[in-house]
Design a protein around this ligand. Structure first.
Ligand SMILES: Cc1ncc(COP(=O)(O)O)c(C=O)c1O
Length: 394
């Protein structure tokens, strides 16, 4: 990249794909391509089996009770929109309250904001605690408890912040929300690549993530929903695949999960995601997560030693994401000089503008790690930042 070996430190945006995933995609088109769920011929049946097998792989990966609780979507954003629309139509009324946190990705703010506008509901925000020197980028749980009440219909919360790396105490927060009678949606986009997730132990009502951040293809994602909720919610998009019978006098919808999968799905994407999960399981998520923590510790120590550099987000539990700012310099300029050295980092607000406002900054430089990164790459990042600061300050 720009004449240098690529140092890819933007896995929180999207992960690089293992060759087994690429092979699964090309194998699908070369050997299995046929539309699913409809054909009586063998090719279609084989394709259907491969797609449904991937659903079971996802189910086991997140510890769901049933495969039909796994809905394939286009990604985290699509999953959240589905719930906001379907849950909203049935359960949200004027004066009801929805809760999100100050550290949410825009994808977990806007669907709720729109829903509140449509239904006359109120969007409430769980703040971060300890503004100023002590600011670690953790949620204020006392404020959260006070925000919960009889009007709270749903809590939509990220498990891991894509900007700060903060790992939120979701299990504890879900229990508190349930005690107040609220349902809970967890945005797991930044969690599943780094840590084992068990939706039953966590007891969330909905859990969302994207394939492309989990070493799988783009355009495929997952919505997990507890069976009781998915049964109750109306379909989101409707069309072929979602029905049992259609008459002009009325339509009867299909069983789960097909009720929520209108049209031809991203067949090879689902299959590719299953292969990516198998691959990650063979690496060992615990091992990968522990190694990423070593990278995080090393990078935090090295970057903190650079004069004028301030790390944004120092939670006690963090995923392998480091955001930083340098006094007097623009994140974009630092990112551009790093790119000239072959180092790919993300700059800007990371789709978390309210969080930027909270910290009084316009953006950060974000390095995010995956298990394929190395300590040498962290050294290159640190050297690159030092070089960028010299150039920009001279
Ligand atoms: C925490 C979080 N939620 C949601 C999303 C949206 O994911 P997607 O663009 O794959 O729908 C992202 C993507 O960066 C994210 O980091």
């Amino acid at each position: 990249m720009n004449g240098k070996p690529l140092v890819y430190l933007d896995s929180a945006a999207t992960a690089q794909k293992p060759t087994v995933v690429l092979k699964a995609l090309s194998d699908y088109y070369l050997k299995q391509n046929a539309n699913i769920h409809r054909g009586v011929y063998r090719l279609s049946q084989e394709s259907t089996v491969a797609f449904e097998k991937a659903r079971v792989v996802v189910q086991q990966f997140i510890g769901a009770r049933y495969a039909h609780e796994i809905v394939f979507t286009a990604g985290t954003t699509a999953s959240i929109n589905l719930v906001a629309s379907s849950f909203g139509k049935k359960f949200v009324n004027k004066g009801d309250e929805l809760l999100v946190s100050e550290m949410e990705h825009h994808s977990n703010i806007l669907p709720w904001q729109v829903l509140c506008q449509e239904r006359g509901a109120v969007l409430k925000v769980i703040p971060l605690k300890d503004k100023g020197e002590l600011d670690k980028g953790e949620l204020d749980l006392e404020a959260f408890k006070k925000l919960l009440g009889p009007k709270t219909k749903l809590l939509a919360l990220t498990q891991v912040s894509n900007t700060l790396g903060t790992v939120n105490p979701v299990t504890e927060m879900i229990a508190l929300a349930h005690a107040a009678g609220a349902a809970v949606l967890i945005d797991g986009a930044q969690a599943v690549p780094h840590m084992k997730v068990n939706v039953v132990a966590m007891d969330c009502d909905f859990y969302c993530f994207s394939g492309h951040k989990l070493y799988g293809p783009t355009g495929i994602g997952v919505l997990y929903g507890k069976e009781k909720w998915l049964k109750e919610l109306p379909p989101y998009q409707v069309g072929g695949g979602t029905i049992k019978t259609v008459r002009f006098s009325g339509t009867e919808y299909a069983e789960l999960p097909l009720k929520f999968e209108a049209g031809t799905p991203h067949i090879e994407g689902g299959i590719g995601l299953g292969v990516a999960i198998d691959y990650l399981n063979s690496v060992g998520l615990d091992l990968a997560g522990a190694y990423e923590q070593e990278l995080l510790r090393y990078a935090t120590e090295k970057l903190s030693a650079i004069g004028g550099l301030r790390i944004i987000g120092a939670a006690a539990y963090k995923a392998a994401v480091i955001s930083f700012v340098v006094d007097g310099l623009h994140a974009l300029d630092i990112g551009t000089i790093l790119d000239q050295q072959g180092i790919a980092v993300r700059t800007g607000h990371h789709c978390t503008q309210p969080l930027m406002e909270r910290f009084g900054i316009s953006g950060t430089v974000r390095a995010s790690f995956a298990f394929y990164n190395t300590f040498e790459e962290v050294d290159k990042l640190v050297d690159g930042v030092i070089k960028a600061l010299k150039m920009l300050r001279s």
